[in-house]
Design a protein around this ligand. Structure first.
Ligand code: GDP
Length: 172
């Protein structure tokens, strides 16, 4: 059986751990103390009539120190790049993250863009859906808006990532 290594990247606080926990454990906790160091969680999903293990790697806060090592990127087949729709800073950081990805990840790694915390009130939503979509189109990425809190579109993101990796593998 295949294992697909998937990274979840983006600024601290955008909801990476919450997204991973929502997908793998189907739960959400407001205050979750993340462990130090990098950890990964797995979930088996059915893609193209085959069971594949999505092995999802969290940064566990390492992104704050800009110390994600090349070992972290090694063998990564997919990257889910996350910003927070209530944070202009997290959105503008996407450019930096894309550069970091080019420098560290394999050239044909599958990527998609996610705007998280879509459950937040309109007043707090500083990055509109249109703005997110535009950014995704500019960089040729697929785009989703999610909520780890309500679970909105979380499965869709990971299933799409699985499909993308599966197709990329078959083209090889
Ligand atoms: P990380 O640093 O990127 O791993 O982010 P966390 O998963 O630790 O989340 C940071 C904060 O945002 C926590 O207080 C979460 O409860 C909150 N959070 C994460 N996802 C959502 C979401 O979809 N909606 C809302 N309202 N809050 C969220």
């Amino acid at each position: 059986n295949s294992t697909f290594k998937v990274l979840v990247l983006g600024e601290s606080g955008v909801g990476k751990t919450s997204i991973i926990r929502r997908f793998t454990e189907e739960q959400y906790q407001e205050s979750y103390i993340s462990t130090i160091g990098i950890d990964s969680r797995s979930k088996v999903v059915n893609i193209g009539n085959e069971n594949v293990r999505l092995q999802i790697w969290d940064t566990a806060g390492q992104e704050r120190f800009r110390t994600l090592t090349s070992a972290y990127y090694r063998g990564a087949m997919g990257i889910i790049l996350v910003y927070d729709v209530t944070s202009e800073y997290s959105f503008s950081s996407i450019t930096n993250w894309l550069e970091t990805i080019v420098q560290n990840a394999s050239k044909n790694v599958c990527k998609l863009l996610v705007g998280n915390k879509i459950d937040c009130e309109e007043d707090y939503k500083v990055i509109s859906t249109e703005k997110g979509k535009e950014r995704a189109d500019d960089t040729g990425l697929q785009f989703f808006e999610t909520s780890a809190k309500t679970g909105d579109k979380i499965n869709e993101v990971f299933m799409e990532m699985g499909k993308m990796i599966n197709e990329a593998k078959r083209k090889k």
